[in-house]
Design a protein around this ligand. Sequence first.
Ligand code: ADP
Ligand code: ZN
Length: 739
Amino acid sequence: MNREAILRVAIDAPLSRLFDYLPPSADLESLPRPGCRLRVPFGRRTQTAMLLEVGDRSELPLAKLRRAHEVLDESPLLDAADLWLIRFASDYYHHPVGEVVAAALPTLLRQGKPLDPVAPHLAITGEGAAADVASMTKKAPRQVQLLSLLQDAGRLRFDELDELMPGWKRLMKSFLDKSWVTLVEATIECCSESATNHNAGPAQPGPALNADQAAATLAISGQSGFSVSLLDGVTGSGKTEVYLRLIQEALGRSRQALVLVPEIGLTPQFVARLEQRLGIAPVILHSSLSDNVRLDAWRAARTGAARLIVGTRSAVFAPMKNPGLIVVDEEHDSSFKQQEGLRYSARDLAVARGKQLDIPVVLGSATPSLETLQRCIEGMYRRLVLPVRAGKAVPPLLRVVDLNRHQPSDGLSRPVIDAMRQSLADDGQVLVFLNRRGFAPTLICQNCGAIAECSRCDARMTVHSRNNRLMCHHCGAMRPLDGECHDCGGTVTPLGHGTERLEDALRIHFPEQLVTRIDSDSTRRKGALNKALAMVTSGETGILVGTQMLSKGHHFPKLTLVVVIDADQGLFSTDFRGTERLAQSLIQVAGRAGREQRQGEVMIQTGFAAHPFWSELLQGGYERVATSALAEREKAAWPPFSKLALLRAAATRRQDTHDFLEISRKKAEAVNAGGVRILGPVSAPMERRAGRYRAQLLFQSGKRQPLHRLLQALCEDFETNASARRVRWSIDVDPIELF
Ligand code: ADP
Ligand code: ZN
């Protein structure tokens, strides 16, 4: 029997299996290889699919298989290692493989567009080539010119023709009529300028490494093959210098380096520093690039033209021809975890990828995640410590201001105002940190006490004074701020503080200072963030007020004082990660202070000054907080001492989510061979969001295997289970938010 090859493809659909197709025709000269895209019939539509396997049998009878329409790529877009990562992510996160492919590919490739850019060309035909230029009349010199251009070149792009012979287009019709030329869509060979590491000028030498930096660099580069190193160094300790040396070494061995940074870490300052020191402009990959630019960058990474790739989360999937090093900067940052769709951790995938590629992975942070610290303790990762600030900078002084002793007005306590005066008088800059945007988090009626709430969420509306609106920060709902209570018509007042209100108060207290607010509202317009940052860096700004947008990556040379307005939100968090997060965000924002010669100071306002967290942080720093948090986690068997997964469900009818989760729980209990604790269903603390009721089941297990088997069984069940169709469900492996 003449067996036909079976093409197993992944399709962007919420189904976890692969789909079998026959090749476009039975007598195909050569079969496409895995990693090539195909166009296939799928239901009544045509879909772009990724070929993952070529086999020789199918579970379906041959007669039932459909033929693929066409093969889109001559050679694989993704190599075996890229495909491995995709399948690993799909298995690990229990997510349909076609959707993982979709997450890994730039939009244009997902849509079936060609990898190399195409452009219309004019190509000479046999007849055109044979036409005798010499015999053509002198009356048609332009025809002669165009014909000889094409005879010489074979084919030319429209834009090339425009340059060589302006006005050539008027001749096109007659040339086509004479069959001298044809129109073809052909690929353009070169990469666009933006995506190659064009030379950014000579590389500037860096400082001589101090002993700790040198030891860390040596420890990492002295080993070949896979290793994971945690570069644990306070802000300003010179981690970036170590990355730079390692990148230089990788480039020197003709290998590529991939640097992953948090969403707000991709600052122009950081990119400029890499550029100056390495003498090449890194290729940037992040989600808000235009489709074309993103494809260019992706292609450059794939061909190896991009030697240094710097990107956010999704860049972990960037293909690389000669991978040599992966760096994850600020590895603790929550933006490395995708919170929708494929809920992956780019940090964890980076480690998996490094292992598969057999290359070193460097995780850097001033405040490492407890997961990473525990892996160091267990000996899986190596911990390299940079204990002191490099150069002349000294660490900032931390101080807690007890709000019970110093009643704040407008959110600012007396000691804070005095310290601000002092810093400003000494020509320093002050950063006032409040992780709450808007004017006030609550609007209350003075008459009846009613609070303005979102009609679609179990949440309060935030007052925004700059555009006179009430906004829900959970669903984006908005309504005008009309100053009257909807229930009784009484007068309403804003309660509490957001960055807008703080900005107003600071202007009143410090009328001679320029106050600059930086949060996601003030920086919505394109270019606004860079403009504000420039004012801060130049020293024009005296007082900088903002949210956590300010806490990372930025280097403000004049900044001497950081004020944390309200640290108490994190102190009593219901999430077991609350303390870790609070300590991280405080240390990160504190790290902005005193980055040059002058010592920085950090003042933290709290209503709970006696809480043990403060003495731990002030006396032992992040390390002490982390150690005691790890001990608590171990006692309570939370991660990293157990593995977690969440099954979330949401529906417009409350009953549907609970029914679904009850059924899921029974199913899970039936397949649980023991070892997995099943908790719930419970409603989310904010149960209704954007009109949907939300609830969840939590799975907790000492070992990963039983948890994976259980999730696998659930996913298979959901594909055919009617109750699953009435809800939006998702599985979150290693969740970082429990609700
Ligand atoms: P991190 O990445 O840990 O925050 P950086 O690498 O940005 O630290 O270094 C902080 C500052 O110290 C930078 O201005 C850097 O140029 C400087 N620096 C780093 N290493 C050294 C060194 N060995 N000698 C002198 N200055 C250094
Ligand atoms: Zn809402």
